[in-house]
Write a protein of this length. Structure first.
Length: 368
C-alpha cells in the first residue's frame, strides 16, 4: 500500500505554539521560544528526522496563549540546520497565494530548497471571526485550498501564469526568482471526503489524524482509487499523526499515558471537543477530522494516541512498520518532552525501524 520501498520518513511537530500537545496538567518540558526550538531542530536533524512541521494558530486555546507565525519561524529553524526540511503551515484566507508563493520561493533560495508548505483549510470558525476573515462552508474551504495549491504550483512553474478561478485571479504573472528544484513539497491535512479528493488531485502529501493500521488502510485505498479516477500523474505521500511515548518498559509507557489521561483538564477537553466535533461534522458525510474522536482521543489534539506508538522501542518500531504496511510514508510525531524524547526516539527507535524495513521489505503490488 505504501508508495514504494523507500525508508519511512519522520517528522515532528514544531512547538512554536505554547502549551504542549496534550490537554493535561502533566509536566510537558517544552518551549515555544526560538532558543528552545533551534536546539530542538538541531537535535532532530542529528537524530534522523527528515521534517519539522510548524503550526499555524491565530487565537489562543488551552495553554496556547502565545503563537509564533509559522513562515518566519520556519525560516529561523532552517537557518539553524543543514539538512532538516521545515514545513510551514499556510492558511488560505489570511494568506494570498501570490504572497505565499513569493515568501516560500525566497526561503527556498536562501536555504538550498529545504522549505515545504502545509495547506491548512481551517476548522475553527471563531478564529476566522476573530481576524475578520469570511467563513466558508466545509467543502468550499477545500475548494479554495485546492485553487490555492494550483496557484502556488502555477506561479512556481510557469513563466507567465494566468488563473481565472472562483477565489483567485492572476494575469500573466511572472515570479522571479522561482524556488529551487525540486519545487517545495505541498502537504495538506484532513480526513473528510473533500480532503481526500483534494489530496488525490493536487497535493504531494496527505496528513491524517492518528489512526489504527486498519483505519489508515481504508483512507489510503480511497486516495489511491481517486488518483486513478482523477488521472493524477504522481502518487500522494501519506503522513499519519502519532503521539510517541517510548520508555524502557511497556509498563512505564502505559503509566505515562494513564497519568496524561488522569490529569486531563475536563473543561478544556470538552471545549475543544465541542469545536472540533462541529468541524468534523461539518462535512456533508459528517466524517471530517475528529468526527468520531472520543474524549480520550482529544486529550491529544490530533488523535495521536490512536496510532499506539506507546511502549518499548521494539514495540513502537514494530507498530510503525504496521503503519507503513497500511500505507504510511511518513510518521508525524509529538512528545511530552520534545528535546529529550526526540533524541531518545532517534537513538532507540529509528535504527530499529531501519532494521525491520531491511528485513521485511514491502511487496511491490500491482494497482489495486
Amino acid at each position: 500500500m505504501s508508495l514504494n520501498n523507500q525508508p519511512l520518513k519522520f517528522a515532528y511537530w514544531v512547538p512554536n505554539v505554547s502549551g504542549g500537545l496534550v490537554i493535561s496538567s502533566i509536566e510537558q518540558r517544552t518551549g515555544w521560544d526560538i532558543d528552545y526550538n533551534r536546539k530542538l531542530a538541531q537535535i532532530a536533524e542529528k537524530a534522523g528526522f527528515d521534517y519539522a512541521l510548524s503550526q499555524i494558530r491565530f487565537t489562543a486555546g488551552y495553554g496556547a496563549d502565545n503563537q509564533h507565525e509559522p513562515v518566519s519561524f520556519s525560516h529561523a529553524l532552517l537557518a539553524a540546520t543543514e539538512k532538516l526540511k521545515v514545513i510551514a503551515a499556510l492558511l488560505p484566507g489570511p494568506w494570498n497565494p501570490a504572497v505565499a508563493a513569493k515568501q516560500i520561493a525566497t526561503i527556498s533560495q536562501l536555504t538550498n530548497g529545504r522549505v515545504a508548505v502545509n495547506i491548512v483549510s481551517g476548522w475553527f470558525r471563531g478564529e476566522f471571526h476573530a481576524i475578520g476573515e469570511p467563513w466558508l462552508d466545509h467543502d468550499e474551504r477545500y475548494r479554495r485550498s485546492e485553487e490555492f495549491i494550483r496557484a502556488l504550483r502555477g506561479i512556481w512553474t510557469e513563466q507567465s501564469f494566468t488563473l481565472k478561478g472562483d477565489f483567485y485571479r492572476f494575469n500573466e504573472y511572472s515570479l522571479k526568482p522561482k524556488p529551487l528544484d525540486p519545487l517545495p513539497e505541498i502537504f495538506q491535512g484532513g480526513s473528510s471526503r473533500a480532503a481526500r479528493d483534494m489530496a488525490a488531485r493536487v497535493s504531494d502529501w496527505y496528513f491524517t489524524n492518528g489512526n489504527t493500521p486498519e483505519g489508515l488502510k481504508a483512507q489510503v485505498e480511497d486516495i489511491r482509487s481517486k488518483e486513478t479516477t482523477f488521472g493524477k500523474s504522481f502518487k500522494t505521500g501519506i503522513g499519519i499523526n502519532a503521539f510517541g511515548i517510548v520508555r524502557h518498559t511497556e509498563k512505564e509507557a502505559r503509566e505515562v499515558l494513564q497519568e496524561i489521561l488522569e490529569r486531563a483538564i475536563p473543561d478544556a477537553v470538552r471545549g475543544f471537543h465541542h469545536e472540533v466535533q462541529n468541524a468534523g461534522n461539518a462535512s456533508p458525510e459528517r466524517e471530517g477530522n475528529w468526527a468520531k474522536s472520543t474524549f480520550q482521543d482529544l486529550v491529544q489534539y490530533n488523535d495521536g494516541f490512536r496510532s499506539n506508538l506507546i511502549g518499548t522501542p521494539q514495540q513502537v518500531a514494530e507498530r510503525i512498520i504496521e503503519l507503513k504496511h497500511a500505507g504510511a510514508d511518513l510518521i508525524l510525531l509529538g512528545f511530552l518532552h520534545f528535546q529529550e524524547e526526540v533524541e531518545y526516539f532517534g537513538k532507540h527507535v529509528i535504527p530499529l525501524v531501519r532494521e525491520l524495513e531491511a528485513r521485511t521489505p514491502l511487496r511491490v503490488q500491482a494497482a489495486e
